[in-house]
Design a binder for this molecule. Structure first.
Ligand SMILES: Cc1cc2nc3c(=O)[nH]c(=O)nc-3n(C[C@H](O)[C@H](O)[C@H](O)COP(=O)(O)OP(=O)(O)OC[C@H]3O[C@@H](n4cnc5c(N)ncnc54)[C@H](O)[C@@H]3O)c2cc1C
Length: 309
């Protein structure tokens, strides 16, 4: 995790770049590697293609840290429509959202109300809602929010980040509510006192938390998702699951659109559940910068698009 990652994560929050970079044509082109298009219809079309290969999807409408409660209400209404559309189009897709998208910074009660409406609608359609985990300043609030929302809805899950030293304890503290967990490594710039910095330490913690989750599946019916493209970690999870006699269909792997497509299909062939997270919308700048930070070599791909037509 060197300086390039930090530079890209700094850029993800830079307001000048946020205003200007999305209008550069070559950047717009490069973004297509990670998203099928800016509209919900693009995500639906991509899902239909994936379904032919046994892959389901998760939809995320891009956006975070909105400034007015009206925007949060619009996001809530959008997700209600998405759930209706998923149902009417008969596609296998769940949704995943950021709490700051539905007004967490502005009003806890309003955002909880909006979230409950979304979860209620998802439940009517036998669907499922994931809560993304944002930067560490939101971790505690997001965990508390999940606990409150879970008392109303069973069909909701939360993302936990293995790079945070606190995550193992956070998971243990949630076990009494039978949490549905999507475990990822973590995508934000975090200080050393709270986050592991070396990849080997993050990976070690990922597996430690994964073991707790896998053991928990044996105890109760919870949805357990491993959101990673790290093939070494995926192989270890398969091995630990086999040792614990966890069945293939009791766990899911989730990956991002455009990353390791071949390996995604291999997992399906092996009998694992695989979902691809598809992001869409126009507010892709900060999200895209985090994707570049995960693999700074991607910047070369962006620059190549300057010269291509
Ligand atoms: C379904 C899903 C949901 C997520 N939700 C959240 C969330 O709510 N909060 C959060 O903080 N983070 C989230 N993330 C992002 C996550 O935290 C990591 O930043 C990201 O998944 C990269 O980590 P990795 O586990 O793939 O491992 P890494 O060690 O980073 O990558 C392993 C390998 O995967 C490939 N790879 C990884 N990323 C890229 C990339 N961008 N471009 C090209 N190749 C790549 C490379 O070959 C790399 O060597 C999510 C990720 C997924 C898959």
């Amino acid at each position: 995790m060197g300086i390039s990652r930090n530079l890209l994560l700094w850029a993800s929050k830079n307001t000048w770049m946020l205003k200007h970079v999305p209008s550069y044509k070559f950047v717009k082109k490069a973004v297509r590697k990670f998203m099928p298009g800016e509209n919900l219809s693009d995500a639906i079309k991509a899902t239909k293609d994936f379904m032919e290969q046994g892959v389901s999807t998760v939809f995320t409408h891009l956006g975070e840290n909105i400034n007015e409660i009206k925007e949060a209400e619009n996001v809530k209404n959008h997700y209600l429509e998405v759930l209706e559309k998923i149902y009417s189009e008969k596609i296998n897709s769940e949704i995943s959202l950021k709490l700051t998208q539905i007004g967490l910074d502005l009003s806890l009660n309003k955002s909880l109300d909006y979230f409950n409406q979304i979860a209620q609608k998802a439940s009517e359609f036998s669907n499922f809602v994931w809560i993304d985990m944002e930067s560490s300043s939101y971790t505690k609030t997001t965990l508390d929010f999940y606990r409150r929302a879970k008392s109303n809805s069973k069909n909701i899950g939360i993302c936990l980040q293995a790079y945070l030293k606190q995550t193992e304890n956070d998971l243990l503290s949630l076990l009494d509510i039978k949490p549905n967990i999507r475990l990822v490594k973590g995508a934000y710039m975090e200080p050393q006192n709270i986050a592991f910095k070396a990849k080997s330490d993050v990976d070690k913690n990922y597996l430690k938390v994964a073991k707790i989750l896998l053991a928990q599946i044996k105890e109760c019916d919870i949805k357990t998702v491993f959101g990673t493209h790290d093939l070494k970690i995926i192989n270890q999870i398969k091995k630990i699951s086999a040792d614990l006699k966890v069945q293939h269909e009791q766990i899911e792997f989730h990956m991002l659109y455009g990353i390791k497509p071949r390996e995604q299909l291999l997992l399906v062939k092996e009998g694992y559940k695989l979902k691809v997270l598809i992001s869409y919308g126009t507010a892709w700048y900060s999200w895209y910068m985090r994707r570049l930070a995960e693999r700074p070599a991607n910047v070369g791909f962006v620059l190549k698009n300057i010269y291509s037509k």
